[in-house]
Design a protein around this ligand. Structure first.
Ligand SMILES: NC(=O)c1ccc[n+]([C@@H]2O[C@H](COP(=O)([O-])OP(=O)(O)OC[C@H]3O[C@@H](n4cnc5c(N)ncnc54)[C@H](OP(=O)(O)O)[C@@H]3O)[C@@H](O)[C@H]2O)c1
Length: 256
């Protein structure tokens, strides 16, 4: 990351160097963020810069970010590859200059309609522009951080964890005693899916490659199938719910 060099060269830093100090109110309205002005590899395009702190609307929460997760989506959007995604995320450069989709931190301020969160609450959630000192998100995108996990641990849960939760709880409607097959059990979604299915009391079979079988077993899977050695479709087993990562990106569904 070109942090030092780029920061020195940014217009906002030039203003700091030449002008007298800003009044304290204006100072607190600034923050540092990781920004990117073009598509490319992270080391080539990411830079640390001083920018304005985000504002909050009546239903929003301003979170002081302690840790941000680097999601696969950040890599895709940041690189602009495959090219088709640029139709949605910006033709020549990313529409959103600040990457970051998931985070954990401490509530700094809340909008007038926010009753569930208060200043000082430890929270985690998803949104946009999380690679920054502060992020502004809807209260609906936040949860309280459990005390027994760190900010770093909480920051990587939201997107993959909730994808797994939605697939198993909402689509699959997993119940105690059911047999659940999780294909891709060692992946971003699958590692959460194994643990969630176990917490629902299911009998879990996880599918992964040889190097990850111990890890999937350690996550709680009752049975592990190594797809490099066995074809799960030929095993003759029947399952109540199957979590199958689709070949189409960003689609995971549970087949009952
Ligand atoms: N990550 C997210 O937050 C998210 C959100 C929404 C949708 N999705 C979608 O969910 C799917 C999975 O995403 P992910 O992030 O979990 O992917 P990932 O981290 O790359 O994991 C892929 C998983 O698939 C396994 N796998 C690879 N080849 C296989 C084969 N031939 N047979 C069976 N298993 C095989 C891998 O096992 P080994 O590593 O052991 O080889 C690994 O467990 C993708 O379609 C993605 O677009 C992901």
């Amino acid at each position: 990351m070109q942090t030092t060099t780029t920061t020195r060269n940014t217009p906002s830093m030039a203003t700091h160097e030449t002008n007298p100090p800003m009044p304290s109110e204006e100072k607190t309205a600034m923050m540092q963020a990781i920004v990117q002005d073009s598509y490319g590899a992270p080391l080539d395009v990411l830079a640390l810069r001083d920018i304005e702190r985000p504002a909050i609307g009546p239903d929003d929460v301003l979170v002081s970010v302690r840790a941000a997760g680097v999601h696969i989506g950040d890599w895709l959007v940041g690189s602009g590859l495959p090219y088709i995604i640029r139709l949605g995320y910006g033709l020549r450069k990313p529409k959103t200059a600040i990457p970051g989709m998931e985070f954990a931190g401490v509530v700094e301020a809340v909008g007038d309609n926010v009753k569930m969160f208060h200043s000082g609450d430890a929270v985690f959630g998803w949104g946009t522009k999380a690679f920054a000192q502060y992020v502004s998100v809807s209260q609906d995108s936040l949860m309280r951080k459990p005390a027994n996990i760190s900010f770093e641990q909480a920051a990587v849960v939201p997107i993959s964890g909730f994808t797994a939760l939605q697939a198993l709880r909402d689509s699959g409607r997993v119940k105690r005693g059911q047999k659940v097959l999780i294909i891709g059990a060692s992946g971003g979604v699958g590692t959460y899916a194994v643990q969630i299915a176990k917490s629902y009391g299911a009998e879990v079979t996880g599918v992964c490659s040889t190097r990850n079988t111990d890890m999937v077993r350690a996550l709680g899977a009752d049975h592990v199938v190594d797809y490099t050695k066995e074809d799960i479709s030929e095993a003759g087993e029947h399952y109540d719910v199957i979590l199958e990562p689709a070949t189409v990106p960003y689609l995971v569904y549970a087949v009952r």
